[in-house]
Design a protein around this ligand. Sequence first.
Ligand code: ZN
Length: 138
Amino acid sequence: MNTPRRTDNILRTAADLVTETRRGCPIMLQRRFNHDKKIFLGYQAAHTLLDDLQAAGIVGYPATRAYRAHRVLMDRATAAAALNACTDRVQAWTTLYECRSCYRASPWTNLGNETDEFWCPDCEDTVPISDCRVITSA
Ligand SMILES: [Zn+2]
């Protein structure tokens, strides 16, 4: 496995981005993670980030299903405090795996009993987890 790249916690960074831009949409998150952090975040991962921000009350339900933009309900400081009450969700975003096939980064999804394989929710490829580049966060 390659040396992990370090970054800030993905969910906390996402909370900062949606509260700064007042835009809760997956494409904004993908663009900003790519530009600011050089992380090619998968679309499904970006959508799941917004689901977790919604569960924390930071964003609301998507306005329409097609666009999937969530209304931003909190300012940055309030959102950061709200995440402190969701340590399990924050913890779930401490490690991303970069798919060897499509180079998109996602949290590891265990679909079966194979604990050594990574299933990519974007290209749906299954690769040995040891072949994936790892992105970890504090
Ligand atoms: Zn992939």
